[in-house]
Design a protein around this ligand. Structure first.
Ligand SMILES: [Zn+2]
Length: 594
């Protein structure tokens, strides 16, 4: 009984104290809510670059005025994050309807404010924005994370993003490989290395081509800005700039995909995609896959390797002349193979269902190879091929986006114009320059006139539209190298702002970057590991009006193209990560570095 009484009385005490605590909590919560209700939860109605802006560049935030109270807003203030002090105020523009998103958009222009610091935008009736920075080095962290994104994709080795991102690790993966019967060979073929291509664990030479080429180009255009940036990768401190060490990881795998006759096999993947497991738990055999009949290698893959290895031959020369020479020899050998086999295309052989990267014309790949080999060596045959064939492709410079994995003619054309070496065809050089500059002017004008200030037009909302936006940025930056013009740089940055949050979702499309990033990429390590957040620094594919997955397919049929996106692991057609658009992002960020 005693025990029972004692229990009863303690139960009563507990009930009283529970009531008191609940009441106190309720009062506290109500108080906190009243504090927050003024402005404190950021609104997705304000869209801006969540990373931020360069002090002397245009600085524009966008406000969605579609219906609601914000439709009436006339003005905005820029506030300092630390103390909410108003540092700038301005008028909002009239709302403009944007048919690609369906939004009515007002502009908040604070370009006249230059002082570095951390800020947010406040719009009466709409709320406050995410915090962002104004800083001369505003994109250095983004560049670091995006390049580390490649390190995280490394295959054939253990990867560890700690201590900065503890728990983001995987053990060495895909250490065993073999020839698939479609390769013309049999037996073991390990080919350890390279980057996992995307959300899957395949490795594809063609997509590696544009990716590796873009990164090496970023080095060639922006080397002085990049050379001292440490990426904290295993090679850091070895005397070679980290961007080149990371790129080499993939390049070495590409070189191993070259057969003794100079031809290059198309891909190394399992027969079908693995489940959502960590890479070391993917036990499917990694197969070297060819075209299924003689000559077994693909011309597009071979010419892509020739182009990339030719760039590598000049880029790595100051750091590792032996490796540079090895690349040049591989490039020459690949070129000869592609001359003998000018258009061997690839289709998935029976029983293989991994990425096909279909392309029925490999001549643009050969044009790119010719330009890079000419630029590196000055040998006449490469120039002859280029001069004889470039006119077939120069109209491609007029209809952007120019850069893509299956359309590499612009890379060849630009390289030829940028090299402009003794013996180059002067007419070709001026033709390419003029067209590239005229196109960049058109894109820049269009971007400035677009309500979201992005270069994308309705037809660009395809699979990987974020890569298309980044590629517009690449194109504008290349034009700026040919003929420097701040208008080109600002339009390139506009595309970056779109990717980093100035979009209809007010979402940063780079994982773990900005205060409101997307969180559920179609990316096996992010889905399979125990971390709450996805692997950092990875660009999403973005809105895709093609709707090639069930989630997008189920969306309302009249949804505007820029809205067809799902932050959902299952939406591989709108939310997968991929190395080729990751490389275009890195290029764009490199252009924005101090
Ligand atoms: Zn792997």
């Amino acid at each position: 009984m005693q025990a029972s009484n004692s229990f009863d009385s303690s139960a009563q005490v507990n009930a009283r104290s529970l009531f008191l605590r609940s009441f106190l909590l309720f009062v506290l919560a109500a108080f906190a809510a009243s504090l927050c209700s003024g402005a404190e939860t950021p609104t997705t109605k304000i869209k801006l670059d969540q990373v931020g802006y360069l002090p002397n560049a245009p600085k524009i935030a966008l406000i969605d005025a579609s219906g609601g109270r914000s439709a009436a807003a006339q003005s905005f203030t820029l506030k300092r994050t630390s103390d909410s002090a108003v540092v700038f105020q301005g008028k909002l523009s009239a709302a403009v309807h944007d048919p690609t998103s369906g939004d009515d958009i007002q502009t908040a222009d604070f370009s006249a404010f230059h002082k570095p610091g951390q800020y947010y935008i406040d719009v009466p009736g709409a709320g406050r924005s995410w915090n962002f920075s104004i800083d001369p080095n505003v994109y250095s962290r983004a560049y670091y994370l995006a390049m580390r994104g490649f390190y995280g994709q490394r295959c054939g080795t253990a990867v560890d993003l700690g201590p900065e991102f503890p728990g983001y690790t995987h053990a060495a993966c895909h250490l065993k490989g073999e020839f698939h019967s479609s390769s013309g060979k049999s037996g073991e073929r390990d080919n350890v290395g390279g980057w996992h291509d995307a959300g899957d664990y395949g490795r594809y030479v063609v997509n590696s081509g544009i990716t590796t080429g873009s990164l090496l180009w970023a080095w060639e255009l922006y080397g002085p800005k990049l050379k001292n940036i440490k990426l904290n990768i295993p090679e850091s401190g070895n005397g070679t700039p980290d961007i080149l060490s990371e790129t080499r990881w993939n390049l070495e795998w590409m070189l191993k995909m070259q057969d003794d006759d100079g031809g290059v096999w198309f891909k190394q993947t399992s027969e079908h995609f693995s489940g959502f497991v960590m890479p070391e738990d993917d036990k499917l055999v990694s197969e070297v896959i060819g075209t299924g009949s003689a000559p077994y290698k693909s011309t597009c893959a071979t010419a892509d390797l020739a182009a990339v290895a030719a760039i590598a031959a000049r880029v790595y020369k100051p750091f590792d002349p032996k490796f540079a020479a090895l690349n040049l020899a591989a490039a020459r050998k690949a070129w000869l193979w592609a001359e003998k086999n000018p258009n061997v295309t690839f289709k998935n052989p029976p029983g293989i269902s991994t990425g096909e990267y279909g392309d029925n014309n490999c001549k643009d790949e050969r044009l790119w190879a010719a330009a890079e080999l000419w630029r590196t060596t000055g040998d006449a045959p490469y120039n002859d091929f280029f001069v004889k064939n470039y006119a077939e492709f120069d109209s491609h410079l007029d209809s952007p986006p120019a850069e893509d994995w299956h359309e590499v003619a612009p890379m060849g054309l630009w390289s030829y114009a940028l090299a402009n070496r003794k013996g180059s065809d002067a007419h070709a050089v001026s033709d390419i320059r003029d067209r590239s500059i005229a196109t960049a002017k058109r894109i820049a004008e269009r971007t400035q006139a677009d309500p979201y200030r992005v270069s994308l037009v309705a037809k660009d909302y395809v699979w990987g539209s974020n890569g298309v936006a980044a590629s517009y940025g690449v194109q504008l930056l290349v034009a700026n190298t040919l003929a420097p013009d701040p208008v080109f740089v600002n339009a390139a940055l506009d595309n970056l702002h779109y990717l980093l949050g100035r979009n209809t979702f007010s979402l940063s499309w780079v994982t773990q970057l900005g205060e409101h990033p997307y969180r559920h990429p179609h990316h096996r390590p992010s889905g399979a590991d125990k971390n709450a957040e996805p692997w950092p620094g990875l660009l999403s594919g973005g809105p895709n009006a093609g709707r090639q997955d069930a989630l997008l397919h189920a969306m309302p049929p009249d949804l505007p193209p820029a809205k067809v996106y799902a932050d959902d692991q299952g939406s591989y057609a709108s939310n997968e990560i991929c190395i080729n658009w990751q490389a275009a992002l890195v290029f764009l960020l490199a252009g924005g570095l101090k």
